[in-house]
Design a protein around this ligand. Structure first.
Ligand code: RFL
Ligand code: PHB
Length: 382
């Protein structure tokens, strides 16, 4: 089998890349190790930056998002028992769309299937040897020859791991906490997202629809979700969020560790890394999915230029172009994380500094704009 672009992974990065290439008439094959049901059921991100939502619209997969997604014009920061709204639209002229990552993934898979283009589930790539992908499908090992490989296979992917030793470098930071997240059938307690800093730890109120909430609690790393029966979660959420949350059936519960990772360069020869395969951000800034989409926009543009006029220039610039944004997003995600979480130690001075930071961010238009312009998505030039 042969294709121009072999895409490893059918997450947001791989699926958006395939769609961008399809529009330019460049053929690709997507190989995904998991089943379609698994990929479509995986609960993850929920916030689409202005530009991410606009892109989905632009390439014709935004209809359901526009019907079912919720446009939010602001977010709330809560601390010291009071809520403070950051008016994203007033400060930046832009908004965000709250729409589950799994819904975005479903819409992109449906579009790919409708176009009749190759997307293989249960097809695990076991080796990336230059531009040859070795994969196992229905118990048979096969090979796919490609002009280029796009490693869109997430943080545990095989593409980055297959690169020769020393080809890429990794910069990492661990955080002394994790997030316990639940998805529950319960009414939203606030129209917008609420990020709460509380002396017992961070909490976040988000949603998927007006009847389904997505809620998070800061917990120690390695926490067993079984230690958190539903009743305990709801009580803790009410305390930290200061909201009159109505409880409901918990549909999903999981603990996510928090990490920052950057891999660079994001390219080795004709192999390109994109999305979580190249970097991980802590979820506090709601950036992971958006950054994955930003990478593949750059990659698609470079591949289109290459196939149109043989130009190498954008392909050569790919890693540098992406990493500039990646480090800006790491900076923002790290800042949001440090401002909103209680560190493990009892640091009374640090606690007061965090409160001062929050008072400044919510009290000064200049500081609020800093948060807002990053949250809705930085302009390309930055
Ligand atoms: P994905 O989504 O992990 O997709 C990678 C795909 O590759 C497949 N794969 C393989 N396929 C073939 N062969 C192999 N050897 C393979 N190895 C792996 C996997 O099965 C998978 O389908 O990476 P991608 O596309 O780069 O997308 C990244 C995003 O998923 C991620 O950054 C976000 O979910 C992060 N994130 C958030 N991002 C936001 O922008 N806004 C948010 O509000 C937000 N909240 C979150 C989040 C992530 C979270 N968790 C669970 C990590 C909240 C949470 C709790
Ligand atoms: C979510 O809805 O899952 C979500 C929202 C905001 C974040 C992280 C996750 O910062």
């Amino acid at each position: 089998m042969r294709t121009r672009v072999g895409i490893v992974g059918a997450g947001p990065a791989g699926l958006v890349l395939a769609r961008l290439l399809e529009r330019a008439g460049i053929d690709s094959v997507i190989l995904e190790s998991r089943s379609r049901a698994y990929v479509e059921g995986r609960v993850r991100a929920g916030v689409l930056e202005h530009g991410t939502a606009a892109l989905l619209d632009e390439f014709g997969v935004g209809d359901r998002m526009r019907r079912e997604g919720m446009v939010h014009r602001g977010i709330e920061l809560r601390f010291d028992g009071a809520g403070h709204r950051i008016d994203l639209e007033k400060l930046t002229g832009r908004t965000i769309t709250v729409y589950g990552q799994q819904e975005v993934v479903k819409d992109l898979i449906a579009a790919r299937t409708q176009s009749g283009l190759p997307l293989h589930f249960d097809a695990e790539v076991t080796g990336v040897d230059g531009t040859t992908l070795r994969y196992v499908h229905e118990g048979v090992t096969r090979e796919l020859q490609c002009d280029f490989v796009a490693g869109c296979d997430g943080s545990h992917g095989v593409t980055a791991a297959s690169l020769p030793g020393g080809a890429v470098q990794r910069w990492e930071r661990d955080y002394p906490f994790a997030w316990l997240g639940i998805l529950a059938r319960a009414p939203a307690a606030n129209e917008e997202l609420v990020y709460a800093y509380h002396e017992r730890g961070f909490a976040l109120h988000s949603m998927r629809t007006p009847e389904i909430v997505r809620l998070y609690l800061q917990v120690p790393p390695g926490t067993d979700p079984a230690a958190w029966p539903d009743g305990r979660i709801w009580d803790e959420l009410r305390t930290r969020l200061g909201l009159a949350l109505q409880a409901g059936p918990v549909l999903e519960k999981s603990v996510t560790p928090m990490r920052s990772v950057v891999t660079g360069p994001m390219r080795h020869g004709r192999v390109f890394l994109a999305g979580d395969a190249a970097h991980i951000v802590p979820p506090t800034g709601a950036k992971g999915l958006n950054l994955a989409v930003a990478d593949v926009r750059v990659l698609a543009e470079a591949l289109v230029a290459h196939y149109r006029d043989g130009s190498q220039q954008l392909l050569d610039a790919y890693s540098e172009t992406c990493l500039k944004r990646v480090w800006q997003v790491q900076r923002f995600s790290n800042w949001m994380t440090s401002m909103l979480h209680r560190p493990g130690s009892q640091d009374a001075f640090g606690h007061r500094l965090q409160l001062a930071e929050l008072a400044y961010v919510t009290g000064s238009d200049a500081a609020a704009t800093t948060l807002a312009e990053n949250y809705v998505g930085l302009r390309k030039e930055l």
